[in-house]
Ligand binder design. Sequence first.
Ligand SMILES: [Zn+2]
Length: 321
Amino acid sequence: MKIRSKTIEHLQLEALLRRLPPSHKKWSEVESHLLRHSAGHFGETTADVYLQYLPRNRYHVLQDLRLFDGIRHFQIDALIITTSFILIMEVKNLRGKLIFDLEHHQLFRTYQEKQDIFPDPFLQVEHQTLQLTRWLQTAQFPDIPIHSFILIANPNTTIKTHGRDTQQYKRRIIRPKLLFSEVEKLHSRSSPPVWDSDLIKLAAETLHKANTPFTASLLQRFELTPADLIKGIRCPKCEKFRMERKRAHWFCSSCGHKSEDAHLDTLRDYQLLMGDEISNPEFRAFSCLSSEKVARTLLSDHCPHNNGATRGRKYRLDLVK
Ligand SMILES: [Zn+2]
């Protein structure tokens, strides 16, 4: 298991913010999405660190799954598969003071003298449990108990509960440092194994294959069109979109910086925001480049393409890692 780098969605949001004029009415909305996303990502990476301490011979860990249950897509932050149970983990990275209202199924957060209400994470994981059960049945895996934890990633967050805890919710709210001991406790309390190691392996492979990371267009989500985006090649030094093509390099008409490969960032932005195929006219429009020949040379240097006629040729972008 490797500690995840930024998610695709995170990279897409960064590209969108770069390409949106700061005066655009959606700019601050995109920025606040990116900030929230960075916070969530930090929470998940903290959890990742503690997930690594689970012994590999007993626990199989999968992260960041997005699956389709036949009706809707659902997302799971982390999944631990064992011989006697599956554990769903929902990672929350909220700062401040959290109050779980166990009777009315609400989550209150007080932070910087402001109070917010969030959907109850327990209802969320209960629905995920239902969806995962459906998914496992469809894939014809034998029944296995499914448990869930709410992981509060930020160690400085205060946790309180409100109301009677008739369903024993409280003990399912945990801190990352307690992850190992809580999973071990669950293990010692569980019934005899129902899956063997081959089945765990098969389930992990099948889940991995069925994983469909979020790819819906970010532009669509923010109700933007390509016309809203800043076109041109961005200067790696002064960050203005003022690079012009000289003989065999790019020249910034704003700060005088020279670059050999400034177009690669532009192609990467294109891939993140528009998709992973580009034609010569599309590249020229996005980068404000007039020469068809220069565009063809740059694209052919970096992108494999179908060998069809030059006109209408699509180049494949593979710049997002
Ligand atoms: Zn510059």
